[in-house]
Design a protein around this ligand. Structure first.
Ligand code: DWN
Length: 396
């Protein structure tokens, strides 16, 4: 049974940045009620209403993983480990984006799957075999008919975006070799609840995984988690290493029990934990609005740093418009000179000179805080302040 616990109001598509032309022609944005629920049976947290994937992932998807040094470093380290530990003959990535990970692998050992054709084009151009298709059983059958099986299936920040998880895992087990390994990584529900980072919820993030829920879901596909790595990326993620239960050559690492115990102790099995979280979200909104109001009262300009999908949730839930945040800066070509979804806030290209003339920046990309604080050390040493809402709204 799905029980709702959080209502983030009406929200636009998180990655649908409006062009100037659309703004001028009064383009009517679609808004959807964003409610989050908890499944009392399998303990999975998901959005109550799911949006058609074709509206979200198409030939114009702006997000590129390789624009962050943090992600490039994380993918490089992972690929070294995979090569050393698993020596894959054939590696399949579901949601290969612009190739930030696969670029570390030999071209003839990789299969990319990426439904956003603008991104698929990039890996194709680099010489990687790429299917610009949604991951499903039909595609798995097609790939199997050509390549038989795959030793490693990897997917980061993608499986949480696909509604039919039964089809996802059925398709993976169809193609994975007998002793093959599935590696998935996604933001951690536990970290989201601990950090009150409710902006992890937007229409693309249909699910927010916990180890408990992943274990429950994959069980019926005769798969089991044998190791879990705790990562700093994307506000705190978990990397799950999964094998067939029939494969006894790999032992189950202590990390699995440890993570599940942490989640149980925090209360991820209990609906009351989520109700409490929802109360904290309301408090977080009020506190952030108070801080922004105070800063704005003194006629300060506030720049949004990083026009993230997450920031769309914050702006629309907290009712923040361009009378509060004057504009955003972002390094993504597909976002610049457009407007934040649902709000009249322009996104300008990243510009150091603009930052030098500013006192306050709202950290839209709070998950890259470390990387950004290094990059903006001059702004900080000149007395510039960041405003963040994670884990509690404050000025840093
Ligand atoms: O799951 C998803 C994650 C992985 O990526 C997708 N559904 C959509 C997207 O979510 P997001 O937009 O919240 O992700 P990021 O990675 O937090 O976005 C960072 C944004 O900030 C990018 O637009 C790039 C920008 N940025 C910047 O302008 N300067 C980032 C850094 C590090 C910088 O220095």
């Amino acid at each position: 049974m799905n029980k709702k616990f959080l209502n983030l109001g009406l929200q636009p598509l998180a990655n649908k940045y409006l062009t100037k032309k659309e703004k001028l022609s009064n383009f009517k944005e679609d808004f959807y009620r964003l409610e989050v629920c908890f499944n009392t049976k399998n303990k999975l947290v998901s959005l109550y209403k799911k949006i058609n994937v074709k509206k979200m992932f198409n030939n114009n998807y702006p997000y590129k993983s390789s624009l962050s040094l943090t992600m490039l470093k994380s993918f490089k380290e992972l690929s070294t480990m995979i090569k050393k530990k698993f020596k894959p003959k054939l590696f399949l990535e579901i949601g290969s984006n612009d190739g930030a990970l696969v670029q570390n692998f030999n071209k003839n050992k990789v299969i990319c799957v990426e439904p956003c054709s603008n991104l698929a084009k990039i890996t194709k151009k680099k010489g990687y075999l790429t299917f610009d298709k949604y991951w499903n059983f039909k595609l798995a059958k097609k790939i199997k008919s050509k390549f038989k099986t795959v030793n490693i299936v990897y997917s980061a920040n993608t499986l949480t975006h696909i509604e039919n998880l039964n089809d996802v895992f059925k398709s993976i087990t169809h193609i994975l070799s007998k002793n093959g390994v599935l590696i998935i990584e996604d933001p951690s529900l536990l970290e989201c609840l601990k950090k009150i980072s409710y902006d992890q919820f937007y229409n693309e993030h249909i699910y927010l995984f916990s180890a408990i829920a992943v274990k429950n879901i994959i069980n019926k596909f005769k798969l089991e988690i044998f190791d879990i790595q705790v990562l700093d990326t994307h506000g705190g993620s978990l990397r799950y290493f999964i094998k067939r239960t029939s494969n006894k050559s790999i032992l189950i690492n202590k990390s699995v029990k440890k993570q599940i115990k942490k989640e149980i102790n925090f209360g991820l099995n209990n609906f009351s934990t989520y109700k409490k979280f929802a109360q904290k979200v309301k408090k977080s909104r009020n506190k952030l609005n108070n801080i922004l109001k105070k800063v704005k009262k003194n006629k300060n300009i506030i720049i949004g740093y990083g026009a993230t999908a997450k920031a769309t949730t914050i702006l629309n839930y907290c009712g923040i418009d361009n009378d509060t945040i004057d504009f955003f800066l972002d390094t993504t070509p597909g976002k610049v000179n457009k407007f934040m979804p649902g709000k009249n806030i322009k996104i300008l290209p990243y510009n150091k000179k603009i930052i030098d003339r500013t006192n306050y920046m709202f950290l839209g990309a709070w998950n890259f805080k470390k990387e950004i604080f290094i990059k903006e050390s001059k702004f900080i040493s000149n007395g510039g302040k960041f405003i963040t809402h994670v884990p509690i709204p404050k000025i840093i």
